[in-house]
Ligand binder design. Sequence first.
Ligand code: XMP
Length: 495
Amino acid sequence: MIILVDFGGQTAHLISRRIRELGIECTALDPEESLQKIKELKPKGIIFSGGPASVYEKSSPTVDKKTFDLQVPILGICYGEQLITYLLGGKVKPGKKEYGPATLIINKSSKLLKGIPENSKVWMSHGDEVEGLPKGFVNNGKTQTIPHAAISNEKKKIYAIQFHPEVIHTEFGMEILENFIKICGLKIKKRIINREFIENIIQDIKDSIGGDKAICALSGGVDSAVAAALVREAIGENLQSIYIDSGLMRDGDAVNMRNVKIIDAGNQFLKALKGVSDPEEKRKIIGKAFIEVFETVAKKSGAKFLVQGTIYPDVIESAGSKHSQVIKSHHNVGGLPKEMSLTLVEPLRNFYKDEVRQIGKILGLPESITQRQPFPGPGLAVRIIGEVTERKLEILRKADKILQEELRDYQDSLWQAFTVFTSIKTTGIRGDNRAYGETIAIRAIEAKDAMSANFAKLSYTILDKISTRIVNEVPQVNRVVYDITNKPPATMEWE
Ligand code: XMP
């Protein structure tokens, strides 16, 4: 097993994912408890993740120096490199903030960099940088901006890099992690999602629910559909699937649901959201309203469990580890109230969207479900900036329908495409009259998983068509803008 000491970097969980993809178990620990736990768990290797802190800050997370005496190979990534340097007597200094691609230039290879070309693309995200090496360390590589992009003490099997091998933009990131696994003396066995793997998940669900009843709220999206399909295989008729129409759904969403009980709770949600404009507050109110409906339904049927399609990025962005920051409270994790009478079953909590789709495919779900674009649990409420009202919902639904119609042929290449009600009014002209109308933003993104994304380079012709149709067919709108921001720094949804 490999231990990941999590210093709160936004991509720290990706490190565990990559290690697990290599067939190696990976457990994340908070720095404070790590030495004790490492002694108990006896891992074959330790990875220090990145993190937002600076080693010189008083409250910055750290590890016990004795960790370096355990004779277990260590790999420090980003903040991990800085911490190793600092704790072992080297120098770290505030550098120029660097975010994005860089070229790693190897000047002296190491076991960690074995097989990596002299020049390769890496991904950077840091403020501080290493200035002076600790005793016993050598420099292995630099970039155009920093001299110590890779350092090592081969004798002690301690390696450290400033860039992030876990993100796909680092060209040979996976090879570097594989090299580390080999340094740890472990054999690589890539994880495969097949029927046998799924049978194990189903058995786990059977064990946790037993003979009790469960309810599952389908949202129309892929995650809840796959979660429900797994639980149905596990407990059969003891699962009741429902669809809650929160009033925050898109045009036609409810119509697409078949064989499920539809609960109309639109008024309840809108009443609870009245006068609220803070995004996090809105998310929490919606989470609470969902639970109230679930609990009413469960009371009637005697269900004790609530199945949710929570996936790994939801967990992370709702602050999965002690030193990471809350980006937003995804409604099926951070947005749920603490006191609930139902016990949560979240069979997809450890998986990424692409894996969820794969599981759905193996379970025999149709492509119309497995390849469907994600739709957030809080619905259109997070696509309306500020207070949610019936009027705004109506305008947004009309604009979104047009967008979906025009982008029908592009669906496969896009992670998501949707419209946003910006709540910004601007001056326009209609006929010979001045108009003061709404601004709709279009967001179309390409992504492999929910952690990072690029805006789609849609052609001007298609953007022109969408914009013209929206301003013509939705009279309250007189301006359409295209969101050209990647994630990070912008999240996919606007709220
Ligand atoms: P963000 O906006 O966090 O979105 O970059 C990443 C992906 O997650 C979806 N999303 C949600 N899904 N509950 C969900 O089930 C939520 O509260 C939620 N918020 C965002 C979003 O649509 C995107 O695909």
